[in-house]
Design a protein around this ligand. Structure first.
Ligand code: CUA
Length: 263
């Protein structure tokens, strides 16, 4: 059988095209290192999300070095937490699950995008090299207010990033002559111990205490306050730890009054 030269040429061109298409698809799938979303994140009972270690207190935690984990719960029609903050030059692994129906976690303007299916934990890793704000939205139709379902990722300079939190607990009122205590709890989201100094300022007194806060833990500092030194009346106080500040007012009342703190 004689095949015309032109026909042979076209056959050759067709073969080259087919091989080219297969090569392109293969390269697209494995070449640039794009990982497909899979079920690595595991499964979860959507009714027991609050009992889950990862999702009971969702948010950003430090894994080590420049690596962080962000656990996020989606529900109609919001994300918890709605807004997260990570440092620049970080590698963040997202774990996202849904409490109710199928949503998505889509970071606008990037290729970070996953379906969020109840019962499944979606896992994906992204690198954030530049500071800025990224919008997050849901692109799986999930009901009446689907279009309002949004979140935010703030990427801040590394030296501004901080997972330390300070909260205080103190009585509003104390009787003169009694000792009272102002408690300051420092929590540390980093994967290493912190050793800050906690400072209480009340009137013109300053009390300092060194505190060791374990990695992923918290520590409470107790400041003993002598109400006799302060005298009756209102005393504003602040506790400062590593740039975090919290405060309130302590009213010292007359022992005999025991009343509303007028002095
Ligand atoms: Cu959630 Cu659409």
């Amino acid at each position: 059988m004689n095949i015309h030269t032109y026909e042979k040429a076209w056959l050759a061109v067709a073969m080259v095209l087919i091989v080219g298409f297969i090569a392109t698809i293969t390269y697209g799938a494995v070449g640039p290192g794009i990982a497909m979303i899979d079920d690595d994140g595991g499964t979860i009972d959507p009714d027991k999300i609050n009992d889950d270690e990862r999702f009971s207190d969702p948010g950003v935690t430090h894994v080590g070095g420049n690596e962080y984990e962000a656990s996020i719960v989606a529900q109609a029609w919001s994300y918890t937490p709605g807004e997260i903050t990570v440092p620049a030059n970080s590698k963040v692994t997202f774990y996202v699950t849904s409490r109710d129906v199928t949503h998505s976690y889509t970071v606008v303007g990037t290729n970070v995008n996953t379906m969020v299916v109840p019962g499944q934990v979606s896992q994906m890793t992204a690198e954030f090299n530049e500071t800025g704000e990224y919008g997050v939205l849901c692109n799986e139709y999930c009901g009446q207010y689907h279009h309002t379902m949004e979140g935010k990722i703030n990427v801040v300079p590394e030296d501004e990033f901080d997972l330390t939190e300070l909260s205080t607990d103190a009585p509003d009122e104390a009787q003169v002559g009694n000792q009272t205590t102002i408690n300051a709890t420092v929590s540390n989201g980093m994967n290493y111990d912190l050793e800050p100094t906690a400072t209480l300022e009340i009137d013109d007194q300053t009390i300092e205490q060194d505190v060791t806060v374990p990695a992923h833990g918290s520590e409470t500092v107790e400041f003993a306050v002598d109400t006799t030194d302060l005298g009756t009346g209102d005393h504003d106080w602040t506790v400062t730890v590593d740039g975090h500040e919290d405060g309130d007012t302590l009213t010292v009342t007359n022992a005999t009054e025991g009343g509303d703190g007028d002095a």
